[in-house]
Design a protein around this ligand. Structure first.
Ligand code: GTP
Ligand code: MG
Length: 238
Protein backbone atom coordinates (compact mmCIF):
# COMPACT_ATOMS: atom_id res chain seq x y z
CA UNK A 1 0.00 0.00 0.00
CA UNK A 2 1.43 3.37 -1.05
CA UNK A 3 1.63 6.09 1.56
CA UNK A 4 -1.28 8.52 1.63
CA UNK A 5 -0.71 12.03 0.30
CA UNK A 6 -2.75 15.19 0.74
CA UNK A 7 -3.95 17.77 -1.75
CA UNK A 8 -4.53 21.37 -0.73
CA UNK A 9 -7.94 22.94 -1.31
CA UNK A 10 -6.45 26.43 -1.47
CA UNK A 11 -8.08 27.30 1.85
CA UNK A 12 -5.97 26.85 4.98
CA UNK A 13 -9.19 26.66 7.01
CA UNK A 14 -10.59 23.82 4.92
CA UNK A 15 -7.25 22.02 4.77
CA UNK A 16 -7.06 22.14 8.56
CA UNK A 17 -10.61 20.83 8.89
CA UNK A 18 -9.58 17.89 6.69
CA UNK A 19 -6.38 17.23 8.62
CA UNK A 20 -4.15 18.74 5.94
CA UNK A 21 -6.12 18.43 2.70
CA UNK A 22 -7.89 15.82 0.59
CA UNK A 23 -6.44 12.35 1.05
CA UNK A 24 -5.41 9.97 -1.68
CA UNK A 25 -7.04 6.50 -1.73
CA UNK A 26 -10.31 7.94 -0.40
CA UNK A 27 -13.41 9.54 -1.82
CA UNK A 28 -14.21 13.05 -0.63
CA UNK A 29 -17.75 14.23 -1.27
CA UNK A 30 -18.78 17.89 -1.39
CA UNK A 31 -22.51 18.33 -1.08
CA UNK A 32 -24.74 21.35 -0.91
CA UNK A 33 -27.41 23.27 -2.74
CA UNK A 34 -26.97 25.09 -6.08
CA UNK A 35 -24.42 27.86 -5.90
CA UNK A 36 -22.85 26.51 -2.72
CA UNK A 37 -19.46 26.31 -4.46
CA UNK A 38 -19.09 22.63 -5.37
CA UNK A 39 -17.98 23.23 -8.95
CA UNK A 40 -15.66 26.09 -7.98
CA UNK A 41 -13.95 23.77 -5.48
CA UNK A 42 -13.58 21.06 -8.15
CA UNK A 43 -11.95 23.51 -10.56
CA UNK A 44 -9.63 24.75 -7.83
CA UNK A 45 -8.61 21.20 -6.91
CA UNK A 46 -7.82 20.55 -10.57
CA UNK A 47 -5.48 23.53 -10.68
CA UNK A 48 -3.95 22.66 -7.30
CA UNK A 49 -3.14 19.11 -8.34
CA UNK A 50 -0.72 20.50 -10.95
CA UNK A 51 1.18 22.45 -8.24
CA UNK A 52 4.51 21.11 -7.04
CA UNK A 53 4.37 18.96 -3.90
CA UNK A 54 6.01 21.67 -1.77
CA UNK A 55 3.01 23.89 -2.57
CA UNK A 56 0.41 21.29 -1.64
CA UNK A 57 -0.06 19.72 -5.08
CA UNK A 58 0.96 16.48 -6.78
CA UNK A 59 2.60 17.92 -9.94
CA UNK A 60 0.11 15.68 -11.72
CA UNK A 61 -2.48 15.48 -14.44
CA UNK A 62 -6.19 15.47 -13.62
CA UNK A 63 -9.26 13.72 -14.97
CA UNK A 64 -12.62 15.45 -14.67
CA UNK A 65 -15.79 13.52 -15.40
CA UNK A 66 -18.18 16.37 -16.12
CA UNK A 67 -21.85 15.42 -16.11
CA UNK A 68 -23.39 18.91 -16.10
CA UNK A 69 -21.21 20.65 -18.67
CA UNK A 70 -19.92 23.08 -16.07
CA UNK A 71 -16.18 22.84 -16.82
CA UNK A 72 -14.94 26.39 -17.52
CA UNK A 73 -11.45 26.86 -19.00
CA UNK A 74 -11.69 30.60 -18.21
CA UNK A 75 -11.91 29.77 -14.49
CA UNK A 76 -8.88 27.48 -14.77
CA UNK A 77 -6.97 30.32 -16.43
CA UNK A 78 -7.89 32.80 -13.67
CA UNK A 79 -7.07 30.38 -10.87
CA UNK A 80 -3.79 29.33 -12.52
CA UNK A 81 -2.60 32.92 -12.91
CA UNK A 82 -3.31 33.58 -9.23
CA UNK A 83 -1.15 30.59 -8.30
CA UNK A 84 1.63 31.75 -10.61
CA UNK A 85 1.14 28.79 -12.95
CA UNK A 86 1.19 28.90 -16.73
CA UNK A 87 -2.50 28.56 -17.70
CA UNK A 88 -1.83 26.71 -20.97
CA UNK A 89 0.30 24.13 -19.22
CA UNK A 90 -2.37 23.65 -16.55
CA UNK A 91 -5.15 23.30 -19.13
CA UNK A 92 -3.15 20.65 -21.01
CA UNK A 93 -2.89 18.62 -17.82
CA UNK A 94 -6.63 18.69 -17.11
CA UNK A 95 -8.44 16.02 -19.13
CA UNK A 96 -12.17 16.62 -19.29
CA UNK A 97 -14.56 13.81 -20.17
CA UNK A 98 -18.17 14.81 -20.64
CA UNK A 99 -20.58 12.11 -19.43
CA UNK A 100 -23.84 12.10 -21.35
CA UNK A 101 -25.78 9.76 -19.08
CA UNK A 102 -25.21 7.56 -16.05
CA UNK A 103 -24.18 4.58 -18.16
CA UNK A 104 -21.57 6.70 -19.94
CA UNK A 105 -20.40 8.07 -16.59
CA UNK A 106 -19.82 4.54 -15.27
CA UNK A 107 -17.95 3.65 -18.47
CA UNK A 108 -15.71 6.73 -18.21
CA UNK A 109 -14.76 5.81 -14.65
CA UNK A 110 -13.84 2.32 -15.82
CA UNK A 111 -11.78 3.76 -18.70
CA UNK A 112 -9.90 6.10 -16.37
CA UNK A 113 -7.42 3.27 -15.83
CA UNK A 114 -6.47 3.40 -19.53
CA UNK A 115 -5.86 7.15 -19.39
CA UNK A 116 -3.62 6.70 -16.36
CA UNK A 117 -1.28 4.51 -18.43
CA UNK A 118 -0.52 7.55 -20.59
CA UNK A 119 -0.82 10.34 -18.04
CA UNK A 120 0.12 10.56 -14.38
CA UNK A 121 -3.35 11.17 -12.96
CA UNK A 122 -3.42 11.80 -9.23
CA UNK A 123 -6.79 13.52 -9.10
CA UNK A 124 -10.11 12.21 -10.41
CA UNK A 125 -13.14 14.50 -10.11
CA UNK A 126 -16.78 13.68 -10.76
CA UNK A 127 -19.01 16.76 -10.96
CA UNK A 128 -21.77 15.78 -10.36
CA UNK A 129 -21.72 12.21 -9.06
CA UNK A 130 -25.49 11.92 -8.82
CA UNK A 131 -27.22 14.23 -11.31
CA UNK A 132 -27.68 11.66 -14.09
CA UNK A 133 -28.70 8.93 -11.67
CA UNK A 134 -31.18 11.24 -10.07
CA UNK A 135 -32.88 12.23 -13.32
CA UNK A 136 -32.81 8.78 -14.93
CA UNK A 137 -34.03 6.68 -12.01
CA UNK A 138 -37.12 8.49 -10.83
CA UNK A 139 -39.70 5.91 -9.86
CA UNK A 140 -40.07 3.89 -6.71
CA UNK A 141 -39.29 0.68 -8.58
CA UNK A 142 -35.97 1.92 -9.94
CA UNK A 143 -34.52 3.09 -6.64
CA UNK A 144 -32.81 -0.24 -5.89
CA UNK A 145 -31.26 -0.34 -9.35
CA UNK A 146 -30.04 3.23 -9.04
CA UNK A 147 -28.39 2.52 -5.70
CA UNK A 148 -26.77 -0.63 -7.02
CA UNK A 149 -25.28 1.18 -10.03
CA UNK A 150 -24.15 4.09 -7.89
CA UNK A 151 -22.52 1.68 -5.47
CA UNK A 152 -20.63 -0.07 -8.27
CA UNK A 153 -19.57 3.28 -9.73
CA UNK A 154 -18.20 4.48 -6.40
CA UNK A 155 -16.24 1.31 -5.93
CA UNK A 156 -14.71 1.78 -9.39
CA UNK A 157 -13.70 5.30 -8.37
CA UNK A 158 -12.23 4.11 -5.09
CA UNK A 159 -10.29 1.38 -6.90
CA UNK A 160 -8.77 3.98 -9.21
CA UNK A 161 -7.78 6.03 -6.16
CA UNK A 162 -6.16 3.06 -4.47
CA UNK A 163 -4.25 1.78 -7.50
CA UNK A 164 -2.99 5.21 -8.56
CA UNK A 165 -2.63 6.74 -5.08
CA UNK A 166 -5.01 9.42 -6.33
CA UNK A 167 -7.50 11.75 -4.69
CA UNK A 168 -11.12 11.17 -5.68
CA UNK A 169 -13.48 14.11 -5.17
CA UNK A 170 -17.14 14.15 -6.12
CA UNK A 171 -20.01 16.59 -5.85
CA UNK A 172 -23.55 15.88 -4.80
CA UNK A 173 -26.62 18.08 -4.69
CA UNK A 174 -28.95 18.10 -1.74
CA UNK A 175 -32.49 17.10 -2.32
CA UNK A 176 -35.07 19.82 -2.72
CA UNK A 177 -38.05 17.53 -2.15
CA UNK A 178 -38.77 15.67 1.04
CA UNK A 179 -40.00 12.38 -0.36
CA UNK A 180 -39.24 8.68 -0.33
CA UNK A 181 -36.85 8.83 -3.29
CA UNK A 182 -34.73 11.75 -2.31
CA UNK A 183 -35.01 11.78 1.44
CA UNK A 184 -35.30 14.86 3.59
CA UNK A 185 -34.46 18.37 2.48
CA UNK A 186 -30.72 18.98 2.82
CA UNK A 187 -30.07 15.27 2.52
CA UNK A 188 -27.47 14.36 -0.08
CA UNK A 189 -28.71 12.39 -3.06
CA UNK A 190 -27.90 8.70 -3.01
CA UNK A 191 -28.33 8.57 0.75
CA UNK A 192 -26.63 5.67 2.47
CA UNK A 193 -24.77 4.27 -0.51
CA UNK A 194 -22.84 7.44 -1.17
CA UNK A 195 -22.46 8.08 2.54
CA UNK A 196 -20.92 4.71 3.29
CA UNK A 197 -18.45 4.75 0.43
CA UNK A 198 -17.30 8.37 0.72
CA UNK A 199 -14.68 8.62 3.45
CA UNK A 200 -14.92 12.36 3.86
CA UNK A 201 -18.13 14.32 3.40
CA UNK A 202 -18.26 18.08 3.40
CA UNK A 203 -21.53 19.97 3.56
CA UNK A 204 -21.34 23.43 2.00
CA UNK A 205 -23.77 26.20 2.72
CA UNK A 206 -24.04 29.78 1.62
CA UNK A 207 -23.09 32.68 3.80
CA UNK A 208 -22.60 36.39 3.07
CA UNK A 209 -21.14 37.29 -0.32
CA UNK A 210 -18.51 34.81 -1.43
CA UNK A 211 -18.27 33.20 2.01
CA UNK A 212 -19.26 29.56 2.38
CA UNK A 213 -19.49 27.43 5.48
CA UNK A 214 -17.91 23.99 5.12
CA UNK A 215 -18.89 21.33 7.63
CA UNK A 216 -17.14 17.98 7.94
CA UNK A 217 -19.68 15.19 8.50
CA UNK A 218 -19.26 11.57 9.69
CA UNK A 219 -15.51 11.39 9.39
CA UNK A 220 -14.01 8.08 10.62
CA UNK A 221 -11.23 9.70 12.64
CA UNK A 222 -11.33 13.51 12.28
CA UNK A 223 -13.43 15.60 14.66
CA UNK A 224 -16.63 17.05 13.23
CA UNK A 225 -16.48 20.77 12.80
CA UNK A 226 -16.98 23.63 10.45
CA UNK A 227 -15.04 26.48 8.97
CA UNK A 228 -15.44 29.40 6.60
CA UNK A 229 -13.99 29.55 3.11
CA UNK A 230 -14.08 32.30 0.53
CA UNK A 231 -15.06 31.94 -3.13
CA UNK A 232 -13.46 34.68 -5.17
CA UNK A 233 -12.42 35.65 -8.67
CA UNK A 234 -8.99 34.16 -7.92
CA UNK A 235 -10.45 30.93 -6.58
CA UNK A 236 -10.94 29.24 -3.21
CA UNK A 237 -9.16 30.80 -0.25
CA UNK A 238 -9.66 31.80 3.38
P1 GTP B 1 -24.74 23.56 -8.70
O1 GTP B 1 -23.81 22.82 -9.58
O2 GTP B 1 -25.74 24.36 -9.45
O3 GTP B 1 -25.40 22.67 -7.68
O4 GTP B 1 -23.91 24.67 -7.86
P2 GTP B 1 -22.39 24.63 -7.34
O5 GTP B 1 -22.40 24.26 -5.90
O6 GTP B 1 -21.55 23.83 -8.24
O7 GTP B 1 -22.00 26.18 -7.41
P3 GTP B 1 -20.80 26.83 -8.22
O8 GTP B 1 -19.51 26.34 -7.68
O9 GTP B 1 -21.04 26.71 -9.67
O10 GTP B 1 -20.97 28.37 -7.89
C1 GTP B 1 -20.70 28.87 -6.60
C2 GTP B 1 -20.57 30.34 -6.63
O11 GTP B 1 -19.44 30.73 -7.40
C3 GTP B 1 -21.78 31.03 -7.24
O12 GTP B 1 -22.28 31.93 -6.28
C4 GTP B 1 -21.24 31.77 -8.42
O13 GTP B 1 -21.76 33.10 -8.44
C5 GTP B 1 -19.75 31.83 -8.18
N1 GTP B 1 -19.04 31.78 -9.46
C6 GTP B 1 -19.29 30.95 -10.47
N2 GTP B 1 -18.49 31.23 -11.51
C7 GTP B 1 -17.73 32.27 -11.12
C8 GTP B 1 -16.71 33.05 -11.76
O14 GTP B 1 -16.35 32.85 -12.90
N3 GTP B 1 -16.13 34.04 -11.03
C9 GTP B 1 -16.49 34.28 -9.76
N4 GTP B 1 -15.87 35.25 -9.08
N5 GTP B 1 -17.45 33.60 -9.14
C10 GTP B 1 -18.07 32.62 -9.81
MG1 MG C 1 -21.88 22.76 -9.98
Amino acid sequence: RKSIKKLTTGSKNLDDLLGGGLETQSITEFFGEFGSGKTQIMLQLAVNSTLPEENGGFDSDVLIIDTENTFRPERIIQMSKYKGLDPDTVLKRIHVARAYNSHHQILLAEKAADLSKEFDIKLLLVDSLTSHFRSEYMGRGSLAERQQLLNRHMHDLLKFGTINNAVIAVTNQVSARPDIFFGDPMTPIGGNIVGHTATFRIYLRKSKGGKRIARLIDSPYLPEGETVIQLSEDGIMD
